[in-house]
Design a protein around this ligand. Structure first.
Ligand code: FES
Ligand code: MG
Length: 573
């Protein structure tokens, strides 16, 4: 046990006066004994449970395991709900609400009588929203993920969340799969509690949490329904109580070194492009200088070692049984800051000391990588002056250096209306360009960047084309897709000026993206360009549109950047 420090919860529960009575008495309506408020650490369990977020729908049960751990270690747990960002149902996109959820988390932590927090994360945006909010408070904090679903199963084969939906829908449109089979696959893809079991954004962010050191080793991969997941929850509950006693704050873990480690791990797992935006936003909250270029600098030479969908073949269950994230991190230990501190009080190297790989087909050896360069390529040029990203491990080698004519879609609705028009002038060498899908434009920067290919090209057997947009794409998606173009079209970025037939040159090795139209012509187009009207003129969406930053700095709201601490607020009565 560490040194005794005055706990902030005692400002609520420690008083002998009227206010102490008020704060304790109501809480006792659940049958708590007097000693619940004797100065023991009060632990908030921040739960993103929602039945409308199917990936987090098992969180009420998992919270009970955390509570047991807290009590075993001598703390008093209180569970509280926050906004749940579910990827599959929220429109126009869950990303629009990541920042809203982070505000909920931050304010709920600061306003309540808690000394430490366990964050319960699962579906994509829940991890960054929790970490962003918690980082702006900086109490002792540990995160536990809900865990991936079991592998999908369908007619003797495994199915990967998302990844196989994109594949199957192309197969149906290309005539290689019947609609009947397509519907049957629906019930086989998601067969247990948990989040996507491909290396989508949820598994990526669970891996980021573990490599940042804010979650216990094993967090990224134990399936949601495995007893190990419940044990991990219990150990997280025990550990947070010790962290409060040690006064070990989130900012001691979320250091520049931790972010560099996470960027490298992202390369080695073939992680989602969404991690770029989320880590930039989290770093902004905790006050660590992190830039888009750091993703290229630190990720560039990291080989992708994980043979997992969408980059490879296997799924999270296989990754788990192969040894999980510690086994993978062990393979690249020389690239990591081994002395970075993690929530269990140990360093990264200490955590990796006993890590072992049990299946080198799933977790490749360094001399046999899935792709030699696994990281995120950051592209710049006159089409993306503030940058754009591409995930080489999910792209087609032959398209990495490509020059083609633009086929422009002004909005996603425009794309949907015209993509299957037999008269659309498009061939396999064309470059599909989508506008209006960025942070302000959509709003919320939807996952629509991996535009499905035109049916007529699918029927010809085309399976990938260069696509460029200011959108994001699902971490489960794949293809030669240039994303996060900044500045976005809706604020008048050069993307807004692209017209049908313009030549565009992509050079992933040279990290460049150029619109081959001369400056005078671009200036002419800029003069007549008109900004689209905002999607909404009031409410949270207006706040979001007015304040959201571009993708290259994390798409946070400008006034949310930074840590505001967790000083005890004024008394309420
Ligand atoms: Fe929730 Fe994929 S939809 S994690
Ligand atoms: Mg997603």
């Amino acid at each position: 046990m560490g040194k005794r420090i005055p706990l902030r919860s005692q400002s609520w529960f420690g008083g002998t006066d009227r206010d102490g009575f008020l704060h304790r008495s109501w809480m006792k309506n659940s049958g708590l004994p007097d000693d619940a408020f004797d100065g023991r650490p009060i632990i908030g369990i921040c739960n993103t449970f929602s039945e409308l977020t199917p990936c987090n729908a098992h969180f009420r049960e998992l919270a009970e395991d955390i509570k047991r751990g807290v009590i075993e270690a001598g703390g008093q747990p209180f569970e509280f709900p926050v906004f749940s960002c579910g990827e599959t149902n929220l429109r126009p996109t869950a990303m629009l609400f990541r920042n809203l959820a982070s505000m909920d988390v931050e304010e709920a932590i600061r306003a309540n009588p808690i000394d430490g927090v366990v964050l319960m994360a699962g579906c994509d945006k829940t991890t960054p929203s929790l970490l962003m909010g918690a980082a702006s408070c900086d109490l002792p904090t540990a995160l536990i993920s809900g865990g991936p679903m079991l592998n999908g199963r369908f007619r003797g084969r495994t199915l990967g969340s998302g990844t196989d939906v994109w594949k199957f829908s192309e197969d149906v449109r290309g005539g290689q799969m019947s609609e009947e089979e397509f519907f049957a696959a629906e019930s086989g893809m998601h067969r247990s509690p948990g989040h996507c079991m491909t290396m989508g954004t949820a598994s990526t962010m669970a891996s980021m949490a573990e490599s940042l050191g804010v979650a216990l080793p094993g967090n990224a991969t134990w399936p949601a329904v495995d007893a190990h997941r419940r044990r991990l929850a219990r150990m997280t509950g025990r550990r947070i109580v010790e962290m409060v006693r040690e006064d070990m704050k989130l900012s001691q873990i979320l250091t520049r070194q931790a972010f560099e480690n996470a960027i490298r791990v992202n390369g080695a797992i073939g992680g989602s492009t969404n991690a770029v935006i989320h880590l930039l936003a989290i770093a902004g909250r905790v006050g660590v200088e992190l830039s888009l270029d750091d993703w290229d600098t630190y990720g560039r030479d990291v080989p992708c070692l994980l043979d997992l969908m969408p980059s490879g073949r296997f799924l999270m269950e296989d990754f788990c049984y192969a040894g999980g994230l510690p086994a993978l991190m062990k393979q690249i230990e020389d690239l990591l800051h081994g002395d970075a501190l993690t929530v269990n009080g140990k360093t990264v190297s200490e955590n990796l000391a006993k890590a072992e790989c049990f299946n080198h087909e799933v977790i490749r050896r360094r001399d046999n990588p899935l792709t030699p360069q696994g990281g995120i390529a950051v592209l710049r040029g006159n089409l993306a002056p503030q940058g754009a990203v591409l995930k080489p491990s999910a792209a087609t080698e032959a398209l990495m250096q490509h020059r083609g004519r633009a086929v422009v879609f002004e909005t996603i609705e425009d794309y949907k209306a015209r993509v299957d028009d037999p008269d659309l002038e498009i061939d396999a060498d064309s470059i599909m360009v989508l506008k209006g899908a960025g942070p302000k434009g959509y709003p919320g920067m939807a996952e629509v960047g991996n535009m499905p290919l035109p049916s007529k090209l699918l029927e010809q057997g085309v399976r990938d084309m260069v696509r460029i947009s200011d959108a994001r794409m699902s971490g489960t998606a794949f293809g030669t897709v240039v994303l996060h173009v900044a500045p976005e079209a809706s604020v008048g970025g050069p993307l807004a000026l692209v017209q049908n037939g313009d030549e565009i040159e992509l050079d992933v090795t040279g990290r460049s993206l150029h619109l081959l139209v001369d400056d005078a012509e671009l200036e002419r187009r800029r003069q007549i360009w008109q900004a689209p009207p905002p999607a909404m003129n009031g409410g949270y969406q207006k706040l979001y549109i007015d304040h959201v930053q571009q993708a290259d700095t994390g798409a946070d709201l400008d006034f949310l950047i930074g840590c505001r601490g967790a000083a005890v607020p004024r008394e309420s009565h």
